[in-house]
Write a protein that binds this ligand. Structure first.
Ligand code: BES
Ligand code: ZN
Length: 853
């Protein structure tokens, strides 16, 4: 991927650099046209007659540059494609200069730049708020600027807003002056920071606040939602305290604002001191929210708070190190939530949520190394993906283990100290970890860079093929590509810390950095490799060893995480066609029916995957039987209702089991769901942890009457979490006519643009609905392009939906449809390539099981 055409014109160069910005924005809620007045202090190295800045969709009303007491009017030349503007003067300028620019722009409704978001007020009327989304390259859509992360500068922001509204920015308010119907709100100067982290917010918010030592915490939401803000407030305080201690560095600003925005393209954004969220990612309550929703909220808040240090205080030099930001926040969010809420067992969820995602995304031929060159905003946008987030997070997990947690933490502390208010590259991080390691282990210290670089530069990850011969394990590593498992030898083997136990004894570790290795065993006991599943490799065992491992899982001698690894590897081998689906099912049936978390969650999803890929075959009966048995045993063990003090992983598993049973036609589950749904419709509370399962079962077994009931509930619901659950339920209808109604509903006014991908996405994993998705997507493509082909990543999701298809005709049509399309965004093209590869793998899977000729 990326960087076919190195477009050096898309960069600003390093001759001019900003030192500080003083910007006043005058907002207007009638016209949504804003006026800006900015003064940028810049420093110019070499005398020049032209200064280039980034600017997009802005009108420059005038610009002057002042140098050594002399002002010159600038000639303004727009470079629309390059999203830049050049300011030219007659006499060259150099050294310290001041740039004054007056400009205007529009508060669009496209969820990027300085945009507007809409909601219904308490009086039922439509209201607006203004907010910003600048990452990666849209600060330039709000003000002319040096919009690259290394151009750190101080910002003095003033917002002129209607007097009944609040204004929010990165720093606290310094002064407020009345100005007729408006007021002028001035903020304190920010520390040196990157433009993509600047924030502007204007609206009539409800807020809850609390002080904690020197810090002030505020959570903002649209009116009426204050009760749903308190949980986030208490979480945020706890995570900031955790990070201050873990990093050994105080939160750098005077306040932490968390702002819930009704229209939001991503999940959340780490603007320094003024973090924005999609409502569903922050609003909830201790009593009213499902445990899974609370965890998602906690993880999102913890992720964005981690960025306040890692990303905001210390920023990547350039976007090729984006992974440093995102993988670190991903990794750290699980760490901090696990430390603050140990009962949630996020350390275990890390496996099925982060490592599993890395495993599957990086098993494609179309994957890419973590380190990639990017130049244009389009290329930068492409790398906000599972490789930067989840694979990067897994690499940090390995690096922590490899360098030891103590050294890793000390290295982070030093890295953050050395580069505060400045920028850094991955090499700075390796250096800091190496230096921290020197004291305790000079030998390991010298290997850290090589270890990390290989994981960042190599494409994919390995599978270790293990063959036991007497007391020797013959090990061989090759790159793991799901569609081509017999695969090739890697030209360069990955560095793996091979941890294993012999017959349940204490784990041992050997370093494998060669393609082949013999491992001498001490005993004849069972050997499970990748002990603790801390490293990113799969294992294929000889069949005797595998049976031994199975027996140990069944006897409870292998924990949930290691069982998860064995199961995930085996399933993926089946998925790629290297073993028969029946072999996988037999292993599950023989050994794993009572496996612990997270293995049980993996099994649940994988059996459903088999069900949906084999829906029209005579293997379906056997799969359903296994799923039914798995679900029934789960419910037998856990009961239908939540028990006091049960493990939260069991609470979540119960919901999934009821959902599976309801789909498979289990009478008890269906009547349970029906009864609960009647309670819900008549206005009684039901346990939030089973609501998704109840709505799912209701829709799966329902028709157009149920569709009407659900849409009635959806349209009048105001709680974002409940609204999301109801919306997902529309993806579970089974008759053609209702499926089509649900698809139409997804594009209707009642569903916000930010949520319109939900129904089609759920339908694409619904085996009874999948066949309608391709034709619907083609028929809507023009509209979808118009609605989404803006600054966001949403269009991608409609292409991802094709990944579930398994017919050659679908593959051919998809390829043909897009081959005629010009001007696809890079991230959409990438999703297309991945969807095609996944369909190809699905076709191969069915062939391997002799289902299609
Ligand atoms: N920096 C991102 C937000 C972002 C994403 C900006 C894509 C521009 C393009 C933020 O820190 C983030 O990663 N948000 C996640 C949520 C998180 C809990 C994984 C998101 O939006 O999905
Ligand atoms: Zn992030």
């Amino acid at each position: 991927m990326v960087a076919k055409s190195r477009d050096s014109n898309s960069r600003l160069g390093d001759n001019a650099a900003p030192i500080s910005y003083k910007i006043k924005f005058v907002t207007d809620f009638e016209t949504f046209k804003f006026l800006g007045d900015e003064e940028i202090q810049i420093s110019i190295k070499k005398g020049t007659k032209s200064i280039k800045l980034n600017s997009n969709n802005l009108k420059l009303l005038g610009a002057t540059v002042t140098s050594k007491g002399k002002s010159q009017e600038c000639k303004i030349t727009y470079d629309e494609k390059g999203k830049a503007v050049s300011l030219a003067v007659k006499t060259p300028v150099s050294g310290a200069c001041a740039l004054s620019i007056k400009f205007s722009g529009i508060n669009n409704d496209d969820m990027y730049g300085f945009y507007r978001s809409e909601y219904k007020g308490k009086d039922g009327k439509t209201k607006y708020l203004l907010t910003t989304q600048f990452e990666p390259a849209d600060a330039r859509a709000a003000f002319p600027c040096f919009d690259e992360p290394a151009f750190k500068a101080k910002f003095d922001i003033t917002l002129v807003v209607p007097k009944e509204m609040q204004a929010i920015s990165n720093m606290p308010i310094k002064s407020v002056k009345a100005m007729g119907r408006n007021k002028e709100v001035e903020f304190y100067t920010t520390p040196k920071m990157s433009s993509y982290l600047l924030y502007l917010g204007v609206g009539q918010f409800d807020k809850v606040s609390s002080a904690s030592g020197r810090l002030k915490f505020n959570v903002y939401a649209t009116p009426g939602k204050a009760p749903l803000c308190r949980m986030a407030l208490s979480y945020a305080k706890k995570f900031v305290a955790f990070y201050e201690k873990y990093f050994g560095i105080n939160y750098p600003l005077p306040k932490v604002d968390l702002i819930a925005i009704p229209d939001f393209a991503a999940g959340a954004m780490e603007n320094w001191g003024a973090i924005t969220f999609r409502e569903v990612a922050i609003l909830g309550s201790e009593k009213g929210s499902a445990i899974s929703a609370k965890q998602q909220i906690a993880i999102t808040i913890a992720h964005e708070l981690a960025h306040q240090w890692f990303g905001d205080l210390v920023t990547m030099e350039w976007w090729n190190d984006l992974w440093l930001n995102e993988s670190f926040a991903t990794f750290m969010s699980y760490r901090s939530v696990n430390a603050v809420f140990p009962k949630w067992k996020m350390d275990k969820q890390y496996f099925d949520e982060v490592i599993a995602t890395a495993f599957s995304a990086d098993a494609l031929k179309t994957t890419h190394p973590i380190s990639v060159d990017v130049h244009t905003p389009e290329e930068i946008n492409e790398i906000f993906d599972e490789i930067s987030y989840e694979k990067g997070g897994t690499v940090l997990h390995m690096l922590e283990d490899y360098s030891t947690p103590k050294v890793f933490r000390e290295g982070l502390h030093n890295y953050l100290r050395q580069h505060s208010y400045s920028n850094a590259t991955k090499y700075d991080l390796w250096g800091a970890i190496r230096d921290a390691a020197k004291k305790s282990s000079p030998q390991r210290a010298s290997q850290i860079k090589a270890f990390a670089d290989k994981w960042l530069d190599y494409t994919g990850y390995p599978i270790v093929i293990s063959q036991r011969i007497g007391s020797t394990l013959k090990l061989r590593q090759v790159r793991f590509v799901v569609s081509n498992i017999s695969g090739s030898n890697p030209s360069k083997p990955w560095p793996i810390m091979l941890k294993y136990t012999e017959g349940g004894s204490d784990p041992e570790a050997v370093f494998m950095d060669k393609s082949e290795m013999d491992l001498k065993l001490r005993t004849s006991g069972m050997v499970k490799l990748n002990y603790g599943q801390d490293y990113l490799y799969r294992v294929k065992y000889d069949s005797d060893t595998l049976q031994g491992i199975g027996s140990a899982i069944k006897a409870g001698k292998i924990n949930g995480v290691d069982a998860w690894g064995v199961e995930d590897d085996l399933f993926t081998l089946a998925r790629g066609g290297a073993i028969k689906a029946n072999e996988y099912m037999k292993f599950i049936g023989d050994y794993c029916m009572d496996a612990d978390y997270p293995a049980n969650i993996g099994i649940n999803w994988h059996l459903f995957w088999l069900e949906s890929k084999l829906y029209d075959t005579d293997m379906l009966g056997g799969i359903k039987q296994l799923e039914l048995e798995f679900g029934r045993r789960t419910i037998e063990r856990l009961g239908w209702a939540k028990r006091a003090n049960e493990e939260n992983t069991d609470t979540m598993l119960r919901g999934l089991a009821i959902e599976a049973l309801g789909r498979l036609g289990d009478g008890k589950a269906i009547s349970f769901a029906k009864e609960k749904m009647e309670q819900r419709i008549s206005g009684n509370e039901i346990d939030p942890n089973i609501r998704s399962a109840v709505y799912y079962t209701y829709a799966w077994n329902g028709g157009s009457a149920e569709f009407r009931a659900l849409s009635g509930l959806y349209l009048k619901e105001s709680n974002p979490e409940e609204k999301r659950r109801l919306l997902q339920a529309f993806g579970s209808f089974t008759s053609e006519s209702v499926i089509k109604e649900a698809l139409a509903f997804s594009m209707s006014k009642g569903v916000r643009l930010q949520d319109s991908f939900v129904i089609p996405t759920v339908l694409s994993s619904n085996p009874k609905a999948l066949e309608y998705i391709p034709a619907w997507t083609y028929s809507q493509w023009k509209t979808l392009m118009e609605r989404y082909d803006i600054g966001t990543h949403m269009l991608q999701r409609f292409v991802d939906n094709f990944s579930s298809c398994y017919k050659i005709s679908d593959y051919n049509k998809l390829k043909a449809f897009f081959s005629k399309k010009q001007n696809l965004r890079g991230d959409v093209k990438k999703s297309l390539a991945q969807a095609l590869e996944k369909i190809e793998t699905n076709i191969k899977f069915r062939k391997a099981n002799s289902l299609d000729a």
